[in-house]
Design a protein around this ligand. Structure first.
Ligand code: ZN
Length: 107
């Protein structure tokens, strides 16, 4: 994969295409090799769970997020909303900035 992964865990992202278009959430996990991200409350699928009394698991239907392609999400800039990621050198550090308002995206 040649997709540069600029999305990181705990980023706020917005879904720009697909089933959950328009939804926004926090990145729970990044899968750089697959070019995918797992986003909280996005691409939720219902899963049947078998009861397992030993592990104190009740049977039923559980909801779980499934990964979606990184190209389907945009980072959400805290000041101006969904945006593209730019970069800036700060000393020896390379930080991510919002390409629209130049606000830093890394704390
Ligand atoms: Zn911005």
């Amino acid at each position: 994969m040649h997709t540069r992964v600029d999305i990181r865990r705990n980023d706020q992202v917005k879904v720009i295409t697909g089933r959950d278009k328009g939804k926004q959430g926090r990145v729970l996990r990044v899968f750089p090799n697959e070019g995918k991200v797992l986003v909280e409350h996005v691409m939720v699928v219902k899963k049947n769970v078998r009861p397992n009394p030993q592990r104190n698991i009740k049977g039923g239907i559980a909801e779980q997020e499934s990964p979606l392609s990184i190209s389907n999400v945009m980072i959400v800039c805290p000041s101006c909303g969904p945006s593209r990621i730019g970069h800036q050198e700060q000393g020896s550090r390379r930080v991510r900035i919002c390409r629209r308002c130049n606000a830093p995206l890394d704390k």
